[in-house]
Design a protein around this ligand. Sequence first.
Ligand code: 5AD
Ligand code: SF4
Length: 475
Amino acid sequence: MTTTPNFPAMPASSDPMPTVQAPRGLHVITWGCQMNVYDSARMADVLRPLGYGPVERPEDADMVILNTCHIRERATEKVFSELGRLRKIRDERIGNGQDRTIIAVAGCVAQAEGEVILSRAPYVDLVLGPQTYHKLPEMVARAARAGGAVIETDFPVEQKFDFLPTDAAPQTQGNLTAFLTIQEGCDKFCSFCVVPYTRGAETSRPVASVLAEARRMAESGVREITLLGQNVNAYHGDDGEGGSATLAGLVEQLAQIPGLGRIRYMTSHPRDVDQSLIDAHRDNPALMPFLHLPVQSGSDRILKAMNRGHTADEYRESVRKLREARPDLALSSDFIVGHPGETEEDFEATMQLVRDIGFAMAYSFKYSPRPGTPAAGQPMQVPEDVKDRRLAELQALLREQQDAFNADMVGTVQEILVTNRGRKPGQIAGRSPYLQPVHFDGPDHLIGSTVKVAITTRRTNSLGGTLIRETASAC
Ligand code: 5AD
Ligand code: SF4
C-alpha cells in the first residue's frame, strides 16, 4: 500500500554495524493509522541492508514486527493475544530446527506500555516507540550480542527523518500512490486522545527533506501522494531561508514536481484551517477535493470539554469557505459519541451538524477511556448501552449520506487515476478524486495515467464507468 525509500546512513553509534547477511524473512503486521503503514515500510527499509526481505506469513519470517496502535480500547490486550500467537509460531519453527524468530513490538502501544510488554511477554526481543525505528538495525545487533530484550522508547533528540536515504526509493517502485509523513506528534491535548503521549510533541520535517523524498517517489513512478501528520495542517517546516513554510506553501512546491499529479493530506485539525489552505484548494488543481476534517462532536459544550479549541459554527464556517473555494470538495470526518458528560441534547447537536454538512464518508467511534488522558478520569462517564445506541443512530445517518454521495456520482464524469488491471479481462481500475474504486474497460497501458471516465453504475463498494477520454499525460 505504501512507499518508502532505501536505507539511510546509520545514526552515529558506538555499536558496530551489522553486516549484510543471507536473505532473511521479514513479516510486518501493521495496525492503526496510515502513519503506521508508512512507519512499517520505513522499518522494512532500514532492515533491508541486513538482508531482510518481506515474506507473506509469519511462519516463514526470521523477524516479525508488530506495529501497534493505542488509540482505542483493548489495544494492549490485542497486542498480548497476537504475541501469544507469534510465540507459538516461533516455538514451532525452533521445533523444526529453523532459526529463532526475532519478535519486535513497535508503535504506540510499545511507546506507552513498553515495560509492561517486556514483563508480561519476556520472549519479546525488541520494543521500540514510533520515534526510534531508524535504530532498528542497531537494536537487532544489540539483542543478538546481549541475548536479551532491547527497549527504545525515548523521544530521541535527532529526528528519525534525518536518516532518510538519498538514493532512489525502491519500496515505491511500481506503486502509483504513496504516503509521505511531513509532520508528527501533537501539542493539542484533546481530552480523550493518547497521541500527544505516544507520538510526542509536534514536529515538522524541513521542506527540503519532504521535497527530496517526494521527488524520489515521483521518479519511482508515484503519481499521488498523501501527506501525513497527526495535525498535518499545523505543518510549519523549516523553509531553508530562516522561516517556516505552511502546508499550503509546501503543497505549492510539491505540485511542481513532474509526475506528481495528485496531492492529499491527512489528518487535519479544524483549528488550523487557515486562509492560505482554503486558497490552495481554490488555486491548486493537484490538491484533491476530498478533505478529512475530524470534528468529533457537534456540541459546543462537548467540543469545549474535549479541548478542541473551536465551536460547531466555526467548523461550519470553515467548511462553507472551503466549499466556496472548491465547489466539488467533499468531506470526511471522525466522530466520538459518549464523551464524558455527553447528554441527549449534545448528541442531537452532533446529528444536526452531520445533517447540515453532509459527509461523503466518516469514521465514528464510541468514546473509550484511555489511561492517562484527562477525560478518562472525568465523572459522568456515559453508560455503554447509551453509547451503543448513539453510535448506531449516528452511523445510520452517516451511511445514508455516504450512499447518497456515491449514488450522485452516477451520471458524472470523473478523473480516474488508473492503478491496476480490473478483475475481468479487458478491465482496468483506479481511484476517483474521492478515493472511490472505479472499474471500466480499457487498455493496460493506461495504468499510471489519469483518464476521464463517465460513471454509469454504483456497486456496493465501487463504481463502474465508461472510458471517455485517454489523456496523454502520465499524471
Ligand atoms: N475513544 C474513541 N475514539 C477515539 N479517537 C481518538 N481517541 C479516542 C478515544 N479515546 C478517535 C478520534 C480520532 C480518531 C483517529 O480516533 O475520532 O480522530
Ligand atoms: Fe489527538 Fe486531538 Fe492531537 Fe488529534 S488533535 S492527535 S485528536 S490530541
